[in-house]
Design a protein around this ligand. Structure first.
Ligand code: SAM
Length: 285
């Protein structure tokens, strides 16, 4: 069967999808010619992008383990991507066997794959929704059935925030989630940085302009502003391949292949909620 024939309804095979391009970079099997062509152009100007994608995923795994070890028993994974192993619930359940996870992504291909994968996993749910509509996510009964917002929750925004344009108010979106997050909750984020190599920024900006994959490379100050209201743990905002908590049980040295500055730089941060937002306004739950 040709690729065009097996594209699910609602998917335009002429437009690259972030989820499928990322799947290709990670060595997965769920991508189309248009995704591979897009990724190959990117790899031509930023050859280590595969390692950066892998490092982004490994950071997510380390952060989830870290949170689970510190008692977080539920996760909201926003911008899940096409399921890859280990997934968030697999990682967290090695430590908290009954942990609950809701996966959210707006891509129909992600939903199809997640539904198949999760059909036999109680305590795990996949929801097709758009991060730019936080109210719809936070009010979705499939989310509130599994996530108890009176308890600490890990909110993952890994590899997604640079797809939210300034005009779409990423800070406001994060603040909406923040008001629901009880003390002990954590925000886990990664973000494409403005001090990436100019030719890589230009390539990505041109190739994605006007598409759903349009990417915003933000400065360190801009990304730190997005995380305002959270207490950053470990090294603060740091390159994704270097982010570590030095005294963590899991400590492993930074990925040697990525020493130095990659052309596409992705930074990571984990921020803890230490009190209810404004002591005047307790977390909504
Ligand atoms: C680069 S992948 C990251 C996957 C995973 N979080 C990781 O870091 O391994 C970004 C994912 O975010 C999803 N995404 C992008 N914008 C979104 C939005 N506004 N709402 C929901 N999902 C979105 C894409 O479909 C894609 O699956």
């Amino acid at each position: 069967m040709s690729e065009l024939e097996r594209v699910p309804p609602g998917v335009d095979p002429r437009v690259p999808s972030v989820a499928r391009v990322y799947d290709y970079l990670l060595g997965g099997k769920d991508h189309l010619a248009v995704d591979r062509a897009f990724a190959d152009k990117l790899l031509a100007v930023a050859p280590e992008t595969r390692q950066v994608a892998r490092a982004n995923r490994l950071f997510l795994v380390r952060a989830v383990r870290h949170l689970a070890r510190r008692g977080v028993r539920q996760f909201l994974d926003l911008g899940t991507g096409i399921p890859t192993s280990p997934s968030v619930h697999e990682v967290a359940r090695e430590i908290v066997p009954d942990c609950r996870v809701v996966y959210v992504d707006y891509d129909p291909v992600v939903r199809l794959h997640s539904e198949v994968l999760l059909a036999s996993s109680p305590g795990v749910e996949a929801v097709q929704a758009d991060l730019r509509e936080p109210g719809a996510i936070l009010g979705d009964p499939r989310v509130t059935r599994l996530i108890d917002f009176s308890q600490p929750v890990g909110v993952l925004m890994v590899g997604i925030l640079h797809f939210i344009l300034d005009s779409e108010d990423p800070a406001g979106i994060i603040a909406d989630f923040r008001t629901w997050m009880a003390p002990g909750s954590h925000l886990v984020l990664t973000h494409a940085m403005a001090d990436s190599a100019p030719e890589a920024v230009a390539q990505l900006s041109t190739a994605t302009a006007g598409t759903p994959a349009q990417s915003v490379f933000r400065t360190r100050e801009e990304v730190l502003r997005l995380a305002e209201g959270f207490e950053l743990i470990g090294p603060g905002l740091a390159p994704v391949h270097e982010w570590r908590i030095p005294d963590d049980d899991e400590y492993e040295p930074p990925i040697p292949l990525l020493e130095g500055v990659p052309a596409v730089r992705i930074d990571a941060a984990v921020g803890r909620v230490t009190s209810s937002p404004d002591s005047a306004e307790p977390a909504r739950h």
